[in-house]
Design a protein around this ligand. Sequence first.
Ligand SMILES: *Cc1c(COP(=O)(O)O)cnc(C)c1O
Length: 397
Amino acid sequence: MTDSAIRSPVYLDYAATTPVDPVVAERMAACLTREGNFANPASRSHLYGWQAEEAVENARQQVADLVGADPREIVWTSGATEADNLALKGAWEAWRSRSGEQFPNGGHIVVSAIEHKAVLDPAEWLEAQGVAVTRLATDRQGRVSPEALRDALRDDTFLVSVMHVNNELGSVNDIAALGAVCRERGILFHVDAAQSAGKLPIAVGDQCVDLLSLSAHKMYGPKGIGALYVRRHPDVRIAAQMHGGGHERGMRSGTLPTHQCVGMGEASALAVARLDSDPVAIAALRDRLWEGIRHLPGVQLNSELDSTACGHLNVAFGGCDGEMLLLSLRKMAVATGSACTSASLEPSYVLRAVGLSDELAQSSLRISLGRWTSREEVDFVVQHIRDIVPQLQRKRA
Ligand SMILES: *Cc1c(COP(=O)(O)O)cnc(C)c1O
């Protein structure tokens, strides 16, 4: 294929967000206009409402199937950020009203030091309310060790929150092992699975997960919708953070957006159907990209590929300035750090936490591949990097 057949810049930022799958978009469009399934799913008094409710409940089943849950354990949210907030703050409020008298000092939670800001910021907010927070260091690959977790637990620990796949590094935590540590002590275990859904199998039962956050737009669904899995057996209590009509069994009020729910449901069904094929194909392309650039001087991986989820490639281009890299690699759309922090020129807190120097962290790029990345695009990007990076290194030397 010639260069002109490739849409430039090549989109390699699937970890920030994914395009909506055309099948998903079609199902969503059928839930918007007058001819479609547009009604309020909470309208109990007419056929329009019943049809919308049926579509939402069908989608809830599809999301439940993605993680091995019962549909009654799925709470719709606006995304993983809201799901994380609901999990942390909701668990704290529920714990406080039950056990607050026994532990007047405010309780304790454990999070990993490289969680997404959607977990770290609510944790900091809880800290300001008097909760003690342990931020667990990870190994060089960004993984939390079950032994380190066990050592961090206290008598008043009520929640542990560890992500499945890190958004910057792609590193994978052993959720079942961490879950077992929490279950042994009767401590709630929350998992941010925004980056792992559709890439790795999730089974909340086997993995001893009590609360789990999902985001549709990281798995070829629409932005603006996500879900929180809340275990029913044994019953996990969380306090609502959004009060209103008492929707979602009182855990999250607000009229459900039928088209968004249907979109996330369809995206979940596709993720399940493609779990055996997509990740293998994407990992092969990711490995091909790395093979193409690994011999460049000063280039190194920030997370070993055999311990990294399929789409992620986090690379340090030693001797290059990060800002110059982004400006010069104009034929590819990638990220420095994560999308949410890349507006600032601060080196990534994740890369620093796994031991990179400020300088290497600043010369790192997160390249993330997805469902529509092609071999031609990979080869095109490899050539582009080979052209540009040595020039930048010479300029700086
Ligand atoms: C994207 C992401 C989030 C935030 O999800 P939204 O649906 O955009 O709110 C949270 N955690 C992780 C790990 C993510 O990658």
